[in-house]
Design a protein. Structure first.
Length: 160
């Protein structure tokens, strides 16, 4: 191959491998978000995600998510495998650990801000309702039919 000779390489635009179903993926960073209270947890696993989710929900091995769900019956009833989301996958277990640390650094403050926003919204809503109730209690009672309350009684003398 001398100068001026180009080699053309044919590139396939599709993969010959089938994609792995999400539930069977391994070496992933995933997030658990409670469907009821929006508490979240970011974790990693080098095993299949379906195995780890089952451990969190059924507890073949106790985990922090399982303990949280057991402490709150309403959260336990509202959470399922749909509460888990794969954030990213990696090629090695070392990369999974690094990505988990980065996602925790990036995502947890956002989640805490969201939960604190919900708490602040709830407190403001309660305060607003209290102010409306206080205003109702301080206003004097109004007559039920104001158009009939302006009737003036005039002394009528029938003897004249």
């Amino acid at each position: 191959m001398g100068p001026g000779i180009f080699i053309r390489i044919k590139i396939n635009m599709f993969s010959v491998k089938d994609s792995v179903p999400k539930s069977l993926r391994s070496r992933v960073v995933y997030e658990f978000t409670c469907a009821l209270c929006y508490a979240c947890s970011i974790s990693e696993t080098t095993r299949r995600i379906c195995t780890r989710v089952r451990e969190h929900l059924v507890s073949e091995k106790p985990s922090h998510v399982y303990k949280r769900l057991q402490s709150s019956g309403t959260c336990r009833d509202s959470c399922s495998s749909d509460s888990f989301t794969i954030l990213v996958s990696a090629a090695s277990s070392f990369q999974v650990k690094i990505k988990e640390a980065l996602y925790i650094k990036w995502e947890i403050p956002t989640a805490l801000r969201f939960v604190s926003f919900l708490i602040i919204f709830h407190v403001l809503f309660m305060l607003f309702n209290f102010l409306i109730l206080f205003q109702v209690l301080l206003t004097p009672p109004q007559p039920l039919f104001p158009m009939y309350c302006n009737i003036q009684i005039v002394n009528v003398n029938f003897m004249a």
